[in-house]
Design a binder for this molecule. Structure first.
Ligand SMILES: C[S@@+](CC[C@H](N)C(=O)[O-])C[C@H]1O[C@@H](n2cnc3c(N)ncnc32)[C@H](O)[C@@H]1O
Length: 288
């Protein structure tokens, strides 16, 4: 089932983003550029042929959806698969660990990577959220790409864990060629530790990522009018961030419930945006 979470670009401009300082000025500039880009799109120049799939979330298994996308049609992937840790709980207590279990995880990631290599433009980057037990499989799978870096999302407050209480999640950056980020909008560097407040009580998905974090990655690593993909959309964070920055989105989500939630969220962009500021000093500097 396809949920046409269409993004009315004109209505996006009515979003109340006034509390977000420099980033928002950049978003507005990007929206102006996006308008120009729309003219190019309607003139049929240099755009991938995503057709009716553009600005939709396919309610499907990503492995069914990915093969339907054209080659080299995506400018940026920011995706967030479920963190599956290959451990088995026996009688609710004993953790049975088998290093061979990682082969399942690696096969899954390699299947994704094969499709990513086909649909991404040659110099297009990929970001994948993960945790520390998932990271080795992702690192190994993407090792033959030109660059691979581990980023830390610092949530600024502790969660569960023993003996150490977790305060972070990881993001893998990978690219098949040299790519620098956009410096034109006041960001002079991206640190490997990114500090963003987690989504609080307003959370509509158990694993929801902060839209500000995804937005800033999109601003740094794509251009207005680009296509941003996420094949594990959940509540639609990547779709919202793409629209807020004047990009298009594409992607899939296997749960019908979350497809519906994502659809509602995209439509709600007509009302004032929720803003949460980044929370600590290692966030990208020199904004606005
Ligand atoms: C970690 S959550 C993503 C959360 C999302 N980043 C957000 O901010 O809301 C992963 C999502 O992937 C979906 N999912 C799991 N397996 C999938 C598959 N094979 N294809 C598409 N979606 C899948 C789950 O239903 C879940 O909503």
């Amino acid at each position: 089932m396809t949920y046409a979470v269409v993004s009315p670009l004109d209505t996006i401009q009515t979003v109340d983003v006034s509390r977000n300082n420099g980033v928002i000025r950049r978003v507005r500039r990007n929206m102006a550029k996006e308008k120009q880009m729309q003219n190019i799109i309607s003139a049929g120049q240099e755009r991938p042929s995503l057709g009716a799939k553009a600005n939709t979330i396919q309610c499907a298994d990503c492995f069914d959806f990915l093969p339907s996308l054209p080659d080299a049609s995506v400018d940026l992937i920011i995706t967030d698969p479920p963190y599956s840790t290959p451990t088995v709980t026996s009688f609710g207590r004993t953790l049975v660990k088998n290093v061979g279990d990682f082969s399942i995880q690696e096969t899954y990631i390699k299947m994704l990577k094969t499709e990513f290599e086909r649909i991404l433009k040659p110099s297009a980057p990929m970001f994948m959220f993960c945790d520390d037990s998932y990271y080795p499989s992702i690192f190994r799978a993407f090792y033959n790409w030109h660059s691979i870096q581990m980023l830390v999302w610092d949530k600024g407050k502790i969660g569960m864990g023993s003996p150490f209480r977790k305060r972070h999640e990881l993001i893998v950056y990978a690219n098949r060629s040299v790519l620098d980020y956009n410096r034109t909008d006041g960001i002079t560097h991206y640190p490997t530790v990114l500090c963003y407040k987690p989504v609080g009580q307003s959370r509509i998905h158990g694993a929801q990522k902060p839209v500000e974090l995804v937005r800033d990655l999109i601003l740094g690593f794509s251009q207005p009018g680009d296509v941003v993909a996420d094949f594990f959309m959940g509540s639609g964070t990547t779709a919202e961030a793409a629209l807020l920055t004047g990009r298009s989105f594409i992607g899939s989500e296997i749960s019908e419930e979350y497809c519906r939630i994502a659809e509602e969220r995209i439509h709600a962009l007509r009302s004032p945006a929720q803003n949460t500021a980044e929370i600590c000093h290692t966030a990208p500097k020199n904004r606005g």
